[in-house]
Ligand binder design. Structure first.
Ligand SMILES: NC(=O)c1ccc[n+]([C@@H]2O[C@H](COP(=O)([O-])OP(=O)(O)OC[C@H]3O[C@@H](n4cnc5c(N)ncnc54)[C@H](O)[C@@H]3O)[C@@H](O)[C@H]2O)c1
Length: 127
């Protein structure tokens, strides 16, 4: 059984990704600081034994105990309106957040996937 981290788990894409990964049989650790997301998007998962949630700003640190196979980094404000409202947080999560997730991936030997706003909306795997 694969164990997976999803950052931005309470957001639009992250919450659907959590649903899909759990349906595929994964153990999912969702992380979100709720700056633009909403717990309502994942509250249906709180009773699911395959799901756990950490309220945490990934720009500060990311710590997950135990083994990990994949990290999906989807934590980032997504709209130009949000970028203008919270520009520093947006830049931090697109730089320090990615840095912290890659550090966790290196520590765990996990593969990281991210949607990277700073270089365009592309999905690219890194090891
Ligand atoms: N929605 C789309 O159609 C779409 C398309 C292409 C790319 N993207 C990109 O995908 C990413 C996610 O988009 P979305 O629509 O799910 O946005 P969203 O705002 O719904 O979700 C982002 C989530 O990340 C969380 N977050 C932000 N900063 C954080 C931090 N520092 N630490 C922890 N959590 C943090 C927010 O609280 C939110 O729950 C963005 O980078 C966006 O640009 C989205």
């Amino acid at each position: 059984m694969k164990r997976v981290v999803v950052t931005g788990a309470a957001g639009f894409l992250g919450s659907h990704l959590c649903d899909r990964l759990i349906a595929e049989g994964c153990l999912v650790v969702g992380i979100d600081n709720l700056i633009t997301g909403d717990l309502k998007n994942i509250e249906h998962l709180f009773d699911n034994e395959r799901f756990s949630f950490q309220k945490n700003d990934v720009s500060n640190f990311v710590h997950v105990s135990g083994d990990l196979d994949f990290i999906f980094h989807f934590a980032s404000p997504a709209s130009p309106i949000d970028y203008l409202k919270i520009p520093i947080q947006t830049l931090k999560v697109g730089s320090l957040g990615i840095h912290n997730c890659l550090g966790l991936a290196k520590d765990k030997g996990a593969i990281t996937y991210g949607i990277v706003n700073v270089v365009g909306s592309s999905i690219s795997p890194t090891k």
